[in-house]
Ligand binder design. Structure first.
Ligand code: ADP
Ligand code: ADP
Length: 225
């Protein structure tokens, strides 16, 4: 479904050049659950942002199905992101002034309206066990509940790929496990997930794990089943 070919990403600031990604070749199949690990600064976020098309590689190709994203303009990329991708962040990124159901509905943008919209939002909330909090505001929820709401927002539009950047990084053990169980259940239902994590036990819940170091992928291993 997805192929990164010879991706390089260099940053230049104050005349200091940093190579965040080097010679990245990565294929992600539909239905995969891939964990990305490695020390701070090794390029994990840059890799996820590249997959999310919010960061453009310096060189290399990014193929998504039969589309070459490197050749796509900003407007088309924004449409692509809205239709194809769901994002989950370490810090939840819910909007404080909106209720949980309104936050979840943001994941639909302008797609679907009226009854269809309400159905999809309540289905997504049901899936992550947050429906009873629909009319609450984010600050009234625990961290684990907020992250589950953020997952509902990510999946409500039925994305082809879910990108999660340390989704359990701000959660205690119990809430982290609950979030991981939800991601695993979504994957078993067919969702394709790429997740950055610092937790070896959470990485073990993915089907494949890659390790990065200094901008390169240095190891790749399938989970034994
Ligand atoms: P993490 O280790 O959790 O990925 P970082 O603090 O390394 O967090 O980076 C968070 C974000 O800040 C990255 O996604 C990147 O875009 C940005 N960032 C990291 N390093 C720099 C830098 N030297 N200059 C500007 N932005 C940076
Ligand atoms: P990780 O997520 O593994 O912590 P990042 O992808 O955030 O790593 O960063 C990889 C490298 O690129 C780091 O050296 C970081 O400082 C650098 N970097 C990331 N974003 C930027 C940026 N916007 N400008 C300059 N350097 C950056």
């Amino acid at each position: 479904m997805i192929r990164l070919e010879q991706i390089q990403r260099r940053y230049v600031s104050d005349e200091v050049e940093t190579t965040a990604l080097r010679d990245i070749d990565l294929a992600v199949s539909a239905g995969e659950f891939l964990a990305v690990m490695g020390p701070s600064g090794c390029g994990k976020s840059t890799l996820l942002n590249t997959l999310g098309t919010v960061d453009r590689p310096t060189s290399g190709r990014y193929l998504f199905g039969d589309q070459d994203l490197a050749a796509m303009g900003e407007k088309a990329l924004a449409r692509f992101r809205g239709a194809m991708l769901g994002f989950v962040f370490q810090s939840f990124n819910l909007i404080d002034e909106l209720t949980i159901e309104e936050n979840v509905a943001l994941g639909l943008a302008y797609r679907a309206n009226g009854g269809d919209r309400r159905t999809r939002v309540s289905q997504a909330m049901d899936k992550v066990g947050i429906a009873h909090r629909a009319r609450h505001f984010p600050h009234q929820l625990s961290g684990g509940q907020q992250q589950r709401a953020a997952i509902a927002r990510a999946i409500v539009g039925d994305p082809k790929l879910i990108l999660a950047d340390e989704p359990t990084g701000n959660l205690d053990t119990a809430n982290g496990e609950q979030v991981m169980n939800i991601l695993q259940a979504l994957n078993e239902e067919g969702a394709t997930i790429v997740m950055v994590t610092h937790s070896p036990s959470h990485a073990d819940m993915a089907r494949r794990r890659i390790d990065m170091l200094d901008g390169r992928i240095v190891a790749s291993a399938m989970r034994a089943i």
